[in-house]
Write a protein that binds this ligand. Structure first.
Ligand SMILES: Nc1nc2c(c(=O)[nH]1)N[C@@H](CN(C=O)c1ccc(C(=O)N[C@@H](CCC(=O)O)C(=O)O)cc1)CN2
Length: 286
């Protein structure tokens, strides 16, 4: 079996084209473009690459960029001062704090200090609470990107058994909340390093979301033939980037979102969508 490619790169490009039209209207109506801020602390090469990509995307669709960078030894106070500044800046429609933050910074305290109305990542506790309550608000970008990719490729979700591997705050924890909404109606199992019998859980699933950061973790023999497998793990090694899904696993899958080119580009596109939606909400309440 050859898996159908879940092409996040092409899908994200289509979404950017759709968003560019909405940005042009917002800019014409208000006289100023929506603005995305990024807070980047430290020298992690991956984080620098992701933030650079986010600003390239902004330039492409006409969203203004506000970049804030701090050294790896920045104090909690210095980071929170930048948060206060972006909260107060009218040119900043929404912003993100690139994660992970270097130790010993307290990421939860930083996220809590954000203005929830400017939280472009959907990771502020108030917005995660909205997600639990089923109330409209910005959604975490990677989970939103996964749902959008599955929807656009018509991968059946209602009644599907989904196995999520990894319990991180940006993917594993929130995605179950999205997929179990009535509109998606999937049944989700969240596996993690404490899970016994991981292979059994994966084999039960119609859809596997691999977000553990453990290269090659999901092997061909673990997958149910015909399942959709989405690779969200990225590990940087001297041999290049490695995903959580073993390359041979695509041979038995029905659909495959590879790394690179699958979920990553969708994460970036959903960030733009969150900013555009925040700008539209602001315009409607002005
Ligand atoms: N504040 C946040 N921090 C982090 C998030 C997040 O959503 N919000 N997610 C990840 C990093 N991330 C975005 O920030 C991200 C990761 C990967 C990609 C991507 O496009 N990946 C490429 C491959 C990587 C490459 O080519 O270098 C792909 O899959 O095609 C985009 C964004 C953790 N931090």
């Amino acid at each position: 079996m050859t898996a159908q490619l879940l092409d996040g790169k092409a899908t994200a490009a289509a979404i950017r084209r759709e968003l560019a039209e909405r940005v042009a209207k917002l800019t014409a109506d208000s006289g100023r473009p929506p603005g995305l801020g990024t807070v980047l602390v430290g020298d992690d090469p991956g984080s620098h690459a992701y933030v650079a990509g986010k600003h390239r995307d902004c330039a492409q669709i006409g969203v203004a960029s506000l970049r804030r960078e701090l050294p790896a030894d920045a104090t909690q106070q210095q980071v929170e001062d930048v948060i206060d500044e972006l909260n107060a800046d009218p040119a900043c429609t929404g912003y993100i704090v690139q994660l992970p933050l270097p130790r010993p910074l307290d990421a939860n305290a930083v996220l809590e200090r954000m203005d929830p109305a400017k939280d472009a990542d959907g990771l502020h506790p108030a917005n995660l609470g909205r997600l639990v309550l089923g109330v409209e608000g910005p959604l975490p970008c990677t989970p939103r990107g996964i749902v959008e990719l599955l929807r656009r490729y018509e991968v059946p979700l209602a009644g599907a058994r989904v196995c999520v591997v990894g319990r991180g705050i940006t993917v594993g924890r929130p995605i179950g909340l999205l997929l179990t909404r009535r509109s998606e109606n999937a049944t989700v199992t969240l596996c993690h390093t404490g899970t016994k019998g991981l292979a059994w859980h994966v084999r039960e699933a119609n859809i596997v979301v691999a977000a553990a950061g453990s290269p090659g973790l999901i092997t061909k023999d673990m997958l149910r033939p015909g399942a959709a497998v989405l690779d969200v793990g990225i590990t940087r090694t001297e041999h290049g980037l490695l995903g959580d899904v073993h390359p041979e696993a695509a041979q038995v899958a029905g659909w495959h979102a590879p790394m690179p080119g699958g979920v990553g580009p969708m994460t970036r596109a959903m960030l733009l969508a969150n900013v555009v939606e925040a700008a539209e909400r602001n315009a409607n309440t002005a």
